[in-house]
Design a protein. Sequence first.
Length: 274
Amino acid sequence: METLYLELLKKSLLGELYWENEARILYLRECARDSRPYRWQTELRIEDELPDFCRTFRALSSIGRFIEDRVENLGYQHTMVGRLRLTNVEACLEQVLREQIPGDLMECGVWQGGVPIFMRGFLKAHGITGRHVWAADSFAGVPASRLPQDEGEDLSADRFPNLAVSLARVKDHFARYGLLDKQVHFLEGLFRDTLPSAPVRSLALLRIDADLYESTQDVLRYLYPKVSPGGFVIVDDYGCIPGCRLAVDEYLAQHGLRPELRAVDWTGVYWQKD
């Protein structure tokens, strides 16, 4: 039953159960911008009326991308990582159980909370009570870039308000899935402020979705030493944001680390700590 539950949880978090509604929102937005004429028939039967548009939307959503790669076309599903990256989290967690790797589970940069919700659901499905899930985020959007390595990466809330999701909303999402309990902990604020004193003892899985060079650097500095031997590190933006990739490469080089980085999809990578 846990397999069926986790598959259904993934479909819900990814917006696969009611994907037509996401497509309708994009259609109505184009109508509001006078890019398309509005027809109620199209809104009602969008898959039949706009088959090419729907195929493109579904194909991009499945790999965690959006129409024209515009962040405003992101949508309202509870995670933007796509099926491959969410399945990668599940595969890493399964290996954590098989190899009995000690530690908690953590994501830094949670957006709507979808990935840590899945982490908590995984623990619930397997009846695991001795591990905890940590969700760290500003809960106010991506901070403005301060370093030259992040030049040109303006993902701030002023420009992309849909990337700013409050702590109250993320908690509400956990609650909707019946997964808001004492095994879930939230660290609200910038990573450089919250992570140095975070009461995290050890991590079996650390997932980094920090976007910027500085933020990725902060996560690695304060949390990588807490990843247990054999634990997993996943970096969401390695392939799509140069500053993130630079932060990872620099950290590994500075500490003489040469893990085997494995590609998850077009942007995500992961490795197992020696």
